[in-house]
Design a protein around this ligand. Structure first.
Ligand code: PFF
Length: 459
């Protein structure tokens, strides 16, 4: 089968930015920034994005384009050993499992979108509403819609599916985000939120914050999930990978900043004396428990329809962001099955779809509905649900491990010269540049070392 490619560099940038811009940028980032010193966190995060994450991102894209393979194919083609073959499988199973938990969260977002559109803000804003919603039967209707949409897009292939979805959804997302930021900034006390976000408090920074923010940057750029190897395998030879990678990292950071300027002013509008760092400890808490209350309060200002409209607009924005990320992560196992088994896209999707639905339903049932799934395992002094276990194992532990293995693989097995040769395609000026030297040194030394530390700390 001939491999389908993205039609242009911009098509690739939009698809990769679609993967990178997700719940991580829109919600997790503002929550973490508000807890950890505002702009102090932002500066650190931006540093990590460009100095630690970008080299890894470029390495993944280059590896994908060079091998024209999914992550497993890439590792086994170059690695030529059982060890690298195993690492390749890990690089496919990880995105598959992260895809399961991301799917569940996307379904919740879609459910909240549907309810906001139906004008049910008062229900959503009640205490305990989220717990009721995630254990309701209607959740499975929303799940069917989200899975159906995702698989429909993926079924249409790289150009007509992934690229086309990104070309519509990403510009829409940027416009919606800017409109929402513009609106929120006109609200009373919005400037308190802007100040809170932009005035750095360096006293909050410690080792834990450092590792958390690096992990967040890593997750947010979709690294170590095989996504950029897979998308990289669809880039045309004459496209400049280095330029594209910088754009993707920059766009993702820009969206995170805008999200900070959206969420914090909204929080201060609802209560000018608030300490946002005490508001909620998680992005899930922010999207599903805090924001609905703010939207409901907005009703007094702009009425029922106005508030429902703003809430729907917000959830649609987050839903678009989540969908383009979800598509990218499911494409990894889809491409892997197609490449290794030589089967069609449709057969690959059906096979994976069955397993994915089963695992997502099990995860969705693990929030209190089914006892053994709710206390699936017990470690670290607490009962962990099936959903928690997937997150702990794949997101917190295996993700940094995958990143670490990738760096070692690229520099010591694939070798620097091959990496340079791939990055030079479409960017002849890369050879001998400062960027090239930095990538060589960093990927071979301190980036894997830092990832090793995060891996050990998290395990
Ligand atoms: N950038 C995405 C986010 O921040 O939400 C990263 C991502 C995570 C993509 C999980 C896909 C995914 F399944």
């Amino acid at each position: 089968m001939k491999r389908e490619l993205f039609s242009s560099k911009i098509g690739f940038i939009l698809a990769a930015a679609g993967s990178a811009v997700g719940i991580g940028n829109l919600v997790a980032f503002p929550v973490m920034a508000s807890q950890n010193g505002g702009a102090a966190f932002l500066i650190m995060y931006a540093f990590f994005v460009f100095f630690i994450c970008l080299p890894v991102m470029l390495a993944e894209m280059s590896l994908g384009r060079h091998t024209r393979q999914n992550p497993h194919g890439a590792y086994s083609k170059i690695g030529q050993s059982p060890l690298w073959n195993g690492v390749g499988w890990l690089a496919v199973i990880t995105p598959f499992m992260i895809g399961v938990f991301y799917l569940v969260i996307t379904v919740w977002i879609f459910g909240y979108l549907a309810k906001a559109v139906m004008g049910q803000l008062d229900t959503l804003a009640q205490d305990g509403a989220f717990g009721v919603f995630i254990n309701s039967n209607e959740l499975y209707v929303y799940m069917a819609v989200v899975i159906g949409l995702t698989f429909l897009i993926l079924q249409s292939g790289v150009k007509q599916g992934i690229e086309r979805a990104a070309t519509y959804l990403m510009p829409a997302l940027f416009v919606m985000l800017l409109l929402l930021v513009g609106y929120v900034l006109t609200l009373d006390n919005a400037m308190l939120g802007v100040q809170f976000f932009l005035i750095p408090d360096f006293s909050k920074i410690n080792v834990q914050v450092l590792t958390d923010s690096l992990a967040q940057a890593f997750f947010s750029l979709s690294l170590a999930m095989g996504i950029l190897i897979t998308y990289g395998s669809y880039i045309q030879k004459n496209n400049d990978i280095v330029g594209a990678g910088k754009m993707v990292a920059g766009l993702s950071l820009l969206v995170a900043c805008c999200a900070g300027l959206l969420i914090l002013p909204a929080v201060f509008w609802s209560d000018p004396s608030i300490d946002p760092s005490q508001l909620t400890d998680s992005s899930i808490g922010m999207i599903f428990m805090v924001l609905p209350k703010i939207f409901l309060a907005l009703q007094q200002d702009i009425g029922f329809f106005g508030a429902s409209f703003v809430a729907s607009f917000f959830f649609l924005l987050v839903f678009f962001a989540a969908m383009t990320s979800l598509i990218s992560i499911i494409e990894v196992p889809v491409a892997s099955l197609m490449d290794t088994k030589g089967i069609s896209r449709r057969r690959s999707l059906i096979t994976l779809g069955v397993v994915m639905i089963a695992l997502s339903v099990l995860s969705a049932l693990s929030f209190g509905r089914v006892e053994w799934l709710t206390s699936f395992l017990s470690y670290g002094g607490a009962d962990k649900s099936f959903f928690d276990v997937i997150m702990d194992v794949f997101y917190y532990s295996i993700l940094p491990l995958n990143g670490l293995l990738l760096c070692l693989f690229v520099i010591y097995r694939w070798k620097k010269v091959s990496l340079h040769a791939e990055m030079r395609e479409g960017n002849p000026g890369f050879e001998g540049s400062l960027m090239q030297k930095y990538i060589d040194v960093s990927l071979g030394t301190f980036i894997p070392a830092i990832l090793a530390v995060i891996f050990v700390l998290n395990v």
